[in-house]
Write a protein that binds this ligand. Structure first.
Ligand code: HSE
Length: 420
């Protein structure tokens, strides 16, 4: 028998308990042992829960119990979770976590602390999709050329509804929260941090890159306006929040932002709360992964899979999948040096000279226009919708700052990167 201590019984924790109970026979057949949840740590012990497990609000009831083999950390947050997990490892207990924020900041220290002790985190990235196992084990013979993923179910669900059902941002965010998709603090979803945490974890497995969220370009979905959605629809684009990791020579580009992407691309067809990830390896070519990225049962499916794996093997591969640096001299591309194609929308006064002034500022920064469209809004104002060829992040930002100084241009300027 394997004894488990579970810390945090929210949406995911409750599903873990349910799955271990409802699927106990098949789980035991696969694990080779009975998996027993011995203790559950909750915030409020007096809350009525329909579970037949010892419930406590003292984390040390799990950490100091020598009979507990596996600690399942589902408490969330970074600092306290870090201390709890370190102590569990110090006490020789295997750890399973779904905590992407913890890993976004401390994965290398945790790999060090874990050493030979099993530390698993499949549920931390893309909920129920076994992308950690795929990348760390299934593709371990490859140099990873790129990873492109819809890694946040909440924003994918929201963008789908905003584009296809024309609902408002506020309405659909509220619905995503009620459905249990969103983080406790949904700004993590809509501002792109949740996807960035997941991308950082994947990029460590792929490249061994030790970046923190503040080192990479992160942009959320808040600035996508109905006029931009109309442009996307008119020109057969989907809008998706993508996490992108790309190896370019000895550099790695990491970024999270909304993209306009042709509706014909596979990843553009992933709608609703689903996640999808394309990974390109130098030997295998492109591989694709699709499934539920949020929600209690899907996430708990990955947590329980890790528990089964630990029960079977007793020992995991190195946490991030490597024992020594993967490739020497790999460095992160600075945010300003990232190059993309863009769509930019200017709300301008409809009068002579406007286009000339804007295109002059763009050309001064060596930015080349690919397409241009003007939509008249009323007698005085028009939307100028421009797509530009690949340009450096910094050059476009500088140009936009200069364009904002023109008194006939509204200060709210939309820009969305275009992904091929
Ligand atoms: N809030 C996350 C999402 C949950 O929407 O994808 C899974 O990490």
């Amino acid at each position: 028998m394997i004894n488990i201590g579970i810390i945090g019984v929210g949406t995911v924790g409750s599903s873990v308990i349910t799955i271990l109970n409802q699927n106990k026979d098949i789980i035991q057949a696969r694990a080779g042992k009975f998996l027993n949840i011995k203790t559950a740590v909750v915030k409020n012990v007096s809350k009525n829960r329909d579970i037949d497990i010892k419930v406590t609000d003292n984390i040390n009831d799990v950490l100091d119990d020598p009979s507990i083999d596996i600690v399942v950390e589902l408490m969330g947050g970074v600092d306290e979770a870090f201390e709890v997990v370190k102590k569990a490892l110090k006490m020789g207990k295997a750890v399973v976590t779904a905590n992407k924020a913890l890993l976004a900041y401390h994965r290398y220290e945790l790999q060090e602390c874990a050493g030979d002790i099993a530390f698993e985190y499949e549920a931390a990235v893309a909920g129920g999709i076994p992308i950690i196992t795929a990348l760390r084990d299934g593709l371990s013979a490859n140099h990873i050329l790129s990873i492109k993923g819809i890694l946040n179910g909440t924003t994918n669900y929201m963008l789908d509804a905003m584009i296809n059902d024309s609902v408002s941002y506020e309405y659909i965010l509220n619905k995503a929260q009620n459905l249990g998709y969103a983080e406790a603090n949904p700004t993590f979803d809509v501002d792109g941090f949740d996807a960035a945490h997941k991308l950082l974890i994947l990029s460590s497995i792929a490249y061994g890159i030790d970046a923190k969220p503040e080192d990479i370009l992160i942009e959320g979905i808040k600035n996508i306006k109905p006029d931009d959605i109309k442009f996307a629809k008119d020109f057969n684009y989907a809008i998706k929040l993508l996490g992108i990791a790309k190896k370019i020579g000895s550099k790695v580009e990491l970024r999270v932002h909304p993209v306009l992407i042709s509706k014909d691309k596979m990843i553009a067809k992933i709608d609703g709360v689903m996640n999808g990830i394309s990974v390109v390896g130098d030997k295998v070519g492109e591989t694709l992964y699709y499934g539920a990225g949020a929600g209690g049962d899907a996430t708990a499916s990955a947590v329980v899979a890790n528990i089964i794996d630990i029960a079977r093997a007793g020992k995991a591969s190195p946490m991030l999948g490597f024992n020594k640096p993967l490739e020497d001299n790999l460095t992160l591309v600075a945010k300003n040096d990232i190059k993309c194609k863009y769509y930019v929308r200017f709300d301008v006064a409809n009068q002579p000279g406007v286009l000339h002034s804007i295109s002059k500022i763009l050309s001064d920064k060596n930015i080349s226009i690919e397409t241009m469209l003007q939509n008249q809004k009323n007698n005085q104002r028009a939307n100028l919708l421009i797509t530009i060829y690949e340009t450096y992040e910094k050059d476009l930002n500088d140009a936009i700052d200069n364009i904002k100084q023109l008194d006939f241009v509204d200060k709210t300027i939309s820009k969305i990167r275009i992904e091929n």
